[in-house]
Design a protein around this ligand. Sequence first.
Ligand SMILES: Cc1ncc(COP(=O)(O)O)c(C=O)c1O
Length: 397
Amino acid sequence: MRHEINKETEKELFFHNYARLPLAVTHGEGVYLFSSDGTRYLDMISGIGVNALGYDDKRIVEAITRQAKKIIHASNLFMLEPQFRLAEKLLDISGMSKVFFANSGAEAVEAAIKLSRKWASLSGNNDKREVLSLSNCFHGRTYGAMSLTAKAAYTDGFEPLLPATGSIGFNDIDDLEAKISDTTAAVFIEFVQGEGGVHRISPGFVNSLKRLREKHNFLLVADEIQAGCGRTGKFFSYMHFDLSPDLVCLAKPLGGGLPLSAVIGGEKVMDVFTAGNHGTTFGGNPVACAAGLALIDAIYDDNLMERAAGTGEWIQAALQKLASKHRQILEIRQYGLMIGTTVNREASYYVQEALKKQVLINATSKNVIRLLPPLTTTLEEAQQCIDCLDEIFTEET
Ligand SMILES: Cc1ncc(COP(=O)(O)O)c(C=O)c1O
C-alpha cells in the first residue's frame, strides 16, 4: 500500500520519536526549501546546522557524483583516498595528530568516550574513569552520549545510564573545582551550547579548566558537532579561546549533507586505540569524505568564516532593533551564525507562525528561537527572516 505523505501516515509508519513539522519537502535551492505543493520556504535552520553551503551547492554535488562513479563503499578493510585527503585537511586545520571517521555526531561522541576511558586506563590510575560534561549540554542520544547529556527530557525511562559520568554546572567555576579530581578521565565541552539554547563558555571557566587539566591530567574534549566547521566565525569554536583540546568531535556539516563525523585527537591520545578497539562499517565513507573535502575547500575559498561572522553580527543588530520595539524578546545571544533569542513564551509558537509565512526557524530549550542559517546566507535573505519575525511580534501584540 502506497501512503500519502502527511502527518497521519507518518504516525502510522514510523516510531513516534520525532515531532516533525507538517511539511513534505521535495528539494532545495540555496537557502530555500520547497514543499510538495511548490511553496518556497526561507530556511534558517539548514537541516539543523548541516547544510553550511545551502541546498544545491554545485561543488558538493559534483564531488559526490565524481566519487560515486568511482566507488561508493569499500569499508575500512581498505585504504581510500578521500579519507586520507580529508584527514590531512582536518589535521592541518586543527594542528592535531590523528583522525577517526564515523557517521553521526553521537557516534563521534561514543568514540571519544571510549578513547578517554582507554587513555585513562593506560595512565596507571585505576580509579581514573570519570567522564564529565556540563549542565544544559547536548552530546547525542546513544547510551554514552545520552549519559553525558544527562537531562531528564532525554534520559527518563532509559536508566541505568553509563556509570562514572557526571555533570558540572555550566560556567560554574566553584562546581568545576569541586568536581574535578585525579579520577577525572575527560571533560566534554560545547564551547557554544546549541540545543541548550546558544550559550557560550566564559573565558574564566576556560582558564580554570586549563589550570585544572595541568594539575589533574584529564582530557578536554571539544564537541564541535554543531558549532564547528566555521559556523561561529572560526573553524572550531574553541579557537575563540586560548586553549588546545585533546579531542575534537565534528559532524553535522562535515559531510556536505551526507552522514559523516570525525574525532580528531592530539598527541596525548594518538597511540591509545589498537586494531579492533573501535570501528564502524560505514565510517569515513568515500563519497561523504569527497563531499567533506569540497565543503572545506568552499569554506576557505569563499571566506565563509568571515562571512558567517559578519552576517551573524548584522542579524544580531537587526534583532536588537526588534527587541527595542517588541517586549517578547528577552535576550539575544549570537556567535557567528549560531543565534539564540530568548522569548517570553514557548518558542514553538513562533516556529508555527513563521511556517505560515514560509520561513523556517527553530525552537530549542523551550523559550529560545534558534537560527542556524547556511554560512552563505545573504543580507537580503537575513532581512526576510527579520521582517517575518517583526511581523509576527507585531501581530501578537
Ligand atoms: C553539540 C552536539 N553534539 C552531538 C550531537 C549529536 O549528533 P547526531 O544527531 O548527529 O548524533 C548534536 C546534535 O544536535 C549536537 O548538537
